[in-house]
Design a protein around this ligand. Structure first.
Ligand SMILES: Cc1cc2nc3c(=O)[nH]c(=O)nc-3n(C[C@H](O)[C@H](O)[C@H](O)COP(=O)(O)OP(=O)(O)OC[C@H]3O[C@@H](n4cnc5c(N)ncnc54)[C@H](O)[C@@H]3O)c2cc1C
Length: 532
């Protein structure tokens, strides 16, 4: 849908920067680029179809009197299981407080005490209180509302909503624009947007899996189109599962925030047994991947897993966790008196398009920020609340870098029709996507084995052979990169668990880099082993 003030006449002679995605990374980058003209193309109306609006915890920044950058870096390194890029992390952490002040200036109503000082909360695996929040679990919604208002009030930013980008156009070494499909991807028409700079901010991959906390727009299309254009992808195998999505058959699955366990909620099975105490000395506060596997095992065994908040939170639930409370009540569960059914769900992708400290990808003309990237700051496992921080820090650095690299804006004629073809099926309606999501959950999920990964790669190749649709090609490309990355990493580390190689291996204490050409070579070898 095109907003009234962005009618087709303004399609001519616009600007040279196109941002793909209207989540936190995309909006923040556009604001930081102002007053330079920029166009945001977003698959859904901004504020919808973005994980950013659903963030419940908040943003991590070392700003409390007892906290230091060193401590925040140390916690991030520990969570990332040995493969975090320390230099990038130091830079991100050091720039965190300044970006929080930017957000305050854009009008984000972070919680403050009676003296007007920011209230900093603590989350699992953070050694200090360093999470800025809004009204308990409303951070994402409040941040996005403030930024959307700021964006709408910034004349240099043009927002075109309901345009699904399906291709990055590459000419030689350069990305020279994008091709998008209007009407939320329903149109037969394809529209080209030539650009000197494209900033990819298209979010994560959750909807490649059957159970996820992410909106359906997070189905890895951006990562897939970048890989198809030749970009290097880093650490694709590292997918983070949230241990306590609410298991009420909803897609996406609503989240029961980590803070509930932080506040003392217990995980029990249908027999009332607190199973996490058998698995880890920290019980429910063990690292996310260990809790996810504990919950997964109970669900697989048919005993179910339930988050019991009745004692720890009780009657304070509606005030302390209004979003979770509303999800539970909507499903007929009163969390004040009843335990919440839980299931692990894909929540965050640590892997993504490889970027440097300025957000540049391996292809000239293409920058990337937010969850679609792999900057190296999350390693094998993201520290809670570091992802919104990463999005704003790198989006701001990209804006500076583009201003330095392309000092003079150039008017570009865009909006040319890039032809028509018959691909107007929404991704969420596609039966092939349902098949893929089941396959990814079963074979590339919480617990992986060589056999399950070989099966996944073969079936992804089969789906590719039967597919002629560009957007599904992007999705399949991302699925293949994750499965191939997981096959190659013959160890377990962070979010990647291989039941056939369950411990960390010193030779794998490194990041991985993968191109689509390499992934295709591995997939071809896998196909040969089947027929051999
Ligand atoms: C339920 C939930 C709770 C979370 N809580 C926290 C938290 O408390 N703290 C924290 O740090 N992180 C949290 N996260 C993670 C965090 O929200 C995300 O990592 C972050 O918001 C990603 O921001 P982004 O801008 O990269 O992507 P998004 O916010 O997902 O935005 C992506 C944008 O790209 C658009 N898009 C996608 N594909 C296309 C395409 N092909 N063409 C055009 N547009 C496209 C989407 O419509 C959207 O506008 C949470 C995530 C979830 C799902």
């Amino acid at each position: 849908m095109l907003r009234d003030h962005f009618r087709p006449q303004s399609f001519n002679g616009i600007d040279d920067i196109v941002i793909v995605g209207g989540g936190l990374a995309g909006l923040f980058c556009a604001l930081k680029l102002s007053p330079r003209p920029v166009t945001i193309l977003a698959a859904a109306p901004i504020g919808h179809g973005a994980s950013s609006a659903w963030a419940q915890g908040g943003i991590a920044a070392a700003m409390s009197p007892g906290d230091t950058f060193e401590k925040h870096v140390a916690d991030t390194l520990t969570a990332g299981a040995g493969i975090v890029d320390e230099k990038m992390t130091r830079m991100m952490v050091a720039e965190g407080p300044a970006r929080i002040h930017d957000l305050l200036e854009y009008g984000v109503p972070f919680d403050r005490d009676l003296e007007g000082k920011l209230i900093l909360s603590r989350e699992a695996a953070h050694s200090e209180r360093r999470i800025v929040r809004v009204k308990g679990d409303m951070a994402g919604k409040a941040i996005m509302e403030a930024l959307i208002t700021a964006v709408r009030n910034t004349p240099s930013i043009r927002v075109i909503e309901g345009y699904v980008v399906e291709e990055l156009v590459r000419e030689g070494r350069f990305i020279s624009g994008v091709i998008a499909r209007p009407d939320a991807g329903q149109s037969k028409k394809r529209v080209s947007f030539p650009a000197r700079a494209v900033v990819l901010c298209s979010g994560g991959i959750g909807h490649l899996y059957a159970v996820t906390t992410n909106p359906w727009e997070a189905c890895g299309q951006g990562l897939g189109m970048a890989a198809r254009a030749g970009a290097i992808i880093a650490d694709p195998e590292f997918v983070q599962f949230h241990p306590t999505a609410i298991n009420i058959g909803k897609d996406p699955a609503p989240l029961a925030t980590e803070a509930l366990r932080g506040d003392g909620a217990h995980l029990v099975n249908s027999a009332g047994h607190r199973f996490m105490l058998d698995i880890h000395p920290d019980g429910e506060l063990a690292p996310r991947d260990i809790v996810s596997r504990g919950v997964f095992a109970e669900v697989q065994a048919g005993r179910g897993a339930f988050l019991d908040c009745t004692k720890a939170v009780g009657k304070h639930f509606p005030d302390m966790f209004p979003t979770v409370y509303a999800s539970c009540i909507g499903a007929g569960i009163d969390p004040v008196t009843q335990a919440i059914p839980a299931v692990p769900a894909v929540h965050y992708h640590m892997g993504g398009v490889l970027t440097d400290a300025e957000g540049r990808t391996s292809i000239d003309g293409l920058w990337a920020a937010g969850e679609v990237t792999s900057t190296g700051v999350h390693g094998a496992n993201r520290l809670a609340s570091n992802s919104l921080l990463e999005a704003v820090v790198f989006a701001a650095r990209i804006a500076e870098n583009i201003k330095g690299t392309l000092p003079t804006p150039q008017l570009t004629q865009w909006g040319d029709n890039a032809g028509e073809n018959d691909d107007p099926v929404t991704v969420e309606d596609s039966p092939q996507l349902t098949v893929l999501r089941g396959l990814m959950s079963e074979c590339v999920g919480v617990v992986r084995t060589r056999e399950s990964l070989l099966r996944a790669i073969r079936q992804i190749s089969a789906l590719e052979r039967d597919n002629a649709r560009m957007r599904f090609t992007n999705i399949l490309t991302t699925a293949k990169l994750i499965a191939v990355g997981a096959l190659r990493r013959t160890e377990s580390r962070g979010g990647h668990y291989r039941a056939d190689c369950p411990s960390e291996q010193p030779e794998w204490r490194r990041r991985t880099y993968l191109t689509l050409a390499e992934a295709n070579r591995v997939a071809a070898e896998v196909a040969e082993t089947e027929t051999a």
